[in-house]
Design a protein around this ligand. Structure first.
Ligand SMILES: NC(=O)c1ccc[n+]([C@@H]2O[C@H](COP(=O)([O-])OP(=O)(O)OC[C@H]3O[C@@H](n4cnc5c(N)ncnc54)[C@H](OP(=O)(O)O)[C@@H]3O)[C@@H](O)[C@H]2O)c1
Length: 242
């Protein structure tokens, strides 16, 4: 099968391209660095024209109030190009519990992206993943101050990006779900504890101070863990760290 992987140079996209090509498919990566822009529409028609499946793994440059506009415009442009090109399956990667977290612009933006896809003309699949293990460095940097990092004790179920890419590739190569598949890491940690494990494994001497008001996850009131129906990925956090 032929796949156009939009955002195919990013953390997840680059791995999805490799997995699909290794399985004997033809998957091509597209992004601004290959001359394709989901916001201006440049290069989109050419990128999707021969594809059986479009996998959209682009990400907004910011997580703030500008993110809904990114997902609105990019989905409008991509769906129009995919419909014109006769694409039979459109896949996106969203976040577990995104609809439970209206407090965060970025989570609202991901729900908007899901809604645009579901209301659109093309058979689709939505993969929802929990927070990537690779995201931990960014989380630690947001509330770092000298020798301390402040984090709330909010439960998190981190997943390795490799496991996310495997799940996205599997869904993309299958029949459209016209619905959602949840995937998650195999363990749940309070975020402050996760920070302590990450710092200690790296030999980083900073101290994690538990602070229910600190950082992006402090405002999350809803549930961002998976239900019993989720596919649990194999990689454990300490194995990923080593
Ligand atoms: N972080 C998490 O824990 C988490 C959890 C669940 C789901 N997700 C979702 O996973 C998806 C992929 O995330 P990621 O971490 O792999 O993203 P990433 O590493 O930041 O990659 C983003 C990709 O989008 C491309 N891109 C950005 N703006 C573009 C534009 N205007 N036109 C064309 N391409 C553009 C980038 O390439 P260029 O720079 O070359 O354009 C890059 O290939 C996102 O949609 C995110 O919401 C994330």
């Amino acid at each position: 099968m032929k796949f156009a992987v939009i955002g195919g140079t990013g953390l997840i996209g680059s791995q999805v391209v490799k997995i699909l090509n290794a399985a004997g498919h033809e998957a091509l990566p597209h992004s601004q660095s290959t001359g394709v822009d989901v916001i201006s529409g440049q290069g989109l028609d050419e990128a999707v024209v021969r594809a059986d499946v479009v996998v959209n793994l682009t990400n907004s440059p910011t997580f703030d109030e500008a993110s809904p506009a990114f997902f609105q415009t990019s989905m409008d442009n991509l769906l129009a190009a995919a419909q014109k090109g006769g694409v039979g399956h459109f896949v996106i990667l969203s976040i577990v519990g995104a609809d439970q977290v209206p407090e965060l612009d970025y989570y609202r933006a991901k729900v908007l992206q899901e809604d645009i896809l579901a209301a659109g003309p093309i058979p689709y699949s939505i993969v929802r993943a929990t927070q990537f293990m690779e995201f931990m460095d960014a989380v630690l940097s947001w509330t770092a101050d000298g020798d301390t990092v402040r984090l709330p004790a909010r439960p998190i179920q981190p997943i390795a990006s490799k496991d996310v890419a495997d799940a996205v590739a599997e869904v993309a190569a299958g029949a459209p779900l016209n619905g959602i598949r949840n995937i998650a890491g195999p363990e749940i940690f309070p975020l402050d504890e996760l920070g302590r494990i990450a710092l200690s494994r790296k030999g980083d001497n900073r101290t994690v101070v538990t602070d229910p008001t600190a950082g992006m996850f402090a405002v999350v009131k809803g549930d961002i863990l998976t239900d019993m129906d989720a596919h649990l990925a194999p990689t454990r956090f300490t194995d990923w760290l080593s």
